[in-house]
Design a binder for this molecule. Structure first.
Ligand code: PEP
Ligand code: MG
Length: 545
């Protein structure tokens, strides 16, 4: 019997006593002040103190969790020093002669509302950062000391309305075995940190304070988002068993780090990671990715309110390449249209967007947009081992045209004496049955193929991947899809190019053996699936099956 249900934010089973974190809510009254300069000085002192606290937190996180996680506190420091934010607070204090904590609260509400109203879930979550920073400032101004999660004396499950990123990293990992929050989503900082720290967590649970009391025994099933309160003996034993199995499995997987993905009969398959943002590299490395098989670059565009400049893109690509050192990084050029929209790139309303103006079709039509991305990619190429990949190719001409534009960009860079690597591989995604069927010809002009089974399945079976009503038909195991995959691998190998899969099917453990038997060279999956796939591959023996 499940007592509460939320969003499973971090896998694993936790059993412990509830530790309720009641927020000490600051009472903020609006007060008129006489001495504006003194009030601004008070704000500046709080700002200084907040920066000191954040710097300490950043160092602590760097040591105890990792660099990527510690960066959030750098961002908080930057926001605190941002003239836009602090300047606005000072301006209101000056013009309205009101107390600093009141103005901080109003400015926080104003700014966080802007982020809250954004559609992009990543940007939405930034509202939490603004609130976190503002709360820190207000607590300092009012003199509130927060409840510390760093010194719990026994294993506890933290139950809180929400956890500030700063709370999560301070948690004493030994004694915090899990946490439950009323707010939050899968992409919130807290959820991401929980996954990195491998602490089971459930977020977005309604009415937790009415349902859970201090000291009650709680079980969390972080995979499914289930919570059991005061479980009986049977439920307790069941989950204890489950917890043991989960820990054993995790330990076994962790032991595979540093090993290769080779079958018992000696066939090696590269297992790479799919990423959506430069920050995801950390998780990829943590899970021992052998490279990045797909960097969906469109997220850079979707997280921006204008076309990201060449410089912004260059920095993002460089960051990924540097972090991956000499490991291969395949960056896919812009793939929008279909289900992915970008406000500032006009796509006319279409009857069938998945069959319309999308991916490479847009890049070949809006050449300036394409060239900006290619320049940024080539400039970044000297920092690592880059491959460029074109999405949604359906004709040979498209590949040729894309390569001509790439050659033009290379020529421009050469003329401008801007260096780029001469080793960049240029490959394509095989996502349309047309591309699969002419893969013999495409293989003569591409350096690699990466099969996008998500789209290949929808186009082969004529089933919209977004339509729940026909979802029963959407099946990568369909013999037509598998035949096309086999054909693509065969045609690629005839021309001595490597062939990978980067759609979701690459992580489908029930297909791994089939793909290996077909001769797949690479599987690119989300970071959390890498070790599972490696384990599966290491268990395969094609000679015996
Ligand atoms: C695919 O189609 O399989 C793929 C990897 O691309 P996306 O899911 O981004 O369309
Ligand atoms: Mg696709």
């Amino acid at each position: 019997m499940i007592n509460l249900k939320g969003i499973g934010a971090s896998k694993g089973v936790a059993i412990g006593k509830a530790f309720i974190v009641k927020e000490q809510l600051a009472v903020i009254n609006k007060k008129l002040i006489q001495n504006v300069d003194a009030e601004i000085k008070r704000l500046e002192n709080a700002q200084e103190e907040a920066i000191i606290q954040l710097r300490k937190l950043q160092e602590h996180t760097l040591d105890s969790v990792g660099e990527e996680e510690s960066l959030i506190f750098e961002v908080h420091q930057m926001i605190l020093q941002d003239e836009d934010f602090i300047g606005r607070i000072k301006e209101i204090i000056r013009t309205e002669s009101v107390n600093a904590e009141y103005v901080v609260q109003c400015t926080s509400d104003e700014y966080s509302k802007i982020f809250d109203e954004m559609e992009d879930p990543y940007m939405k979550e930034r509202a939490a950062d603004i609130r976190d920073i503002s709360k820190r400032l207000i607590d300092i101004l009012i003199g509130i000391k927060g409840q510390s999660l760093s010194q719990l004396d026994r294993p506890a499950i933290i139950v809180a309305k929400d956890l500030w990123p700063s709370d999560t990293v301070q948690m004493d990992k030994k004694n915090v075995v899990g946490f439950i929050t009323e707010e939050g989503a899968k992409t919130s900082h807290t959820a991401i940190l929980a996954r990195t720290m491998q602490i089971p967590a459930v977020v977005g649970v309604r009415d937790i304070f009415a349902s859970i009391k201090k000291g009650e025994e709680i079980i969390i099933d972080g995979a499914e988002g289930n919570i059991f309160i005061n479980p009986d003996e049977n439920i307790r034993n069941h989950w204890l068993e489950n917890q043991k199995e989960y820990k054993d499995a995790l330990e076994k997987l962790n032991r595979l780090k540093g090993t290769k993905s080779i079958t018992k009969d000696g066939i090696e398959v590269k297992v790479n990671a799919n990423i959506g943002m430069p920050e995801d590299v950390e998780m990829a490395l943590e899970n021992d990715a052998e490279g990045i098989g797909l960097f969906r670059s469109e997220f850079l565009y979707m997280n921006s309110d204008k076309i990201p400049s060449e410089e912004v893109q260059f920095k993002a690509y460089k960051k990924v390449l540097e972090k991956m050192q000499d490991k291969p990084v395949i960056i896919r050029t812009l793939d929008i249209g279909g289900d992915k929209e970008i406000k500032y790139i006009k796509i006319p309303k279409e009857e069938n967007p998945f069959l319309g103006y999308r991916a490479i079709r847009i890049s070949l039509d809006q050449v300036d947009l394409f060239k900006t991305q290619l320049r940024a990619l080539l400039r970044a190429s000297i920092y690592g081992n880059l491959g460029i990949m074109f999405p949604m190719i359906s004709t040979l001409e498209e590949l040729r045209r894309a390569k001509i534009i790439l050659a033009e960009v290379k020529k421009d860079l050469t003329n401008e004496k801007i260096p780029f690597s001469s080793q960049v591989e240029v490959g394509i995604m095989i996502e349309t049955p047309a591309a699969a069927l002419i893969s013999d010809e495409l293989a003569k002009e591409a350096d690699f193929f990466s099969i996008g089974t998500n789209d290949l399945t929808q186009y082969t079976i004529a089933v919209d991947r977004m339509n729940a009503q026909v979802a029963y038909l959407y099946d990568t195991h369909h013999p037509a899809v598998l035949k096309l995959i086999e054909l693509v691998i065969k045609n690629g190998h005839k021309e001595n190019i490597w062939v990978g899969i980067c759609g979701e099917a690459a992580a489908d453990l029930t297909l791994t053996e089939k793909f290996v038997a077909m001769g797949i060279d690479e599987l690119s999956v989300s970071a959390s699936s890498i070790l599972e796939i490696r384990q599966k591959i290491q268990g395969i023996d094609l000679k015996k099956s």
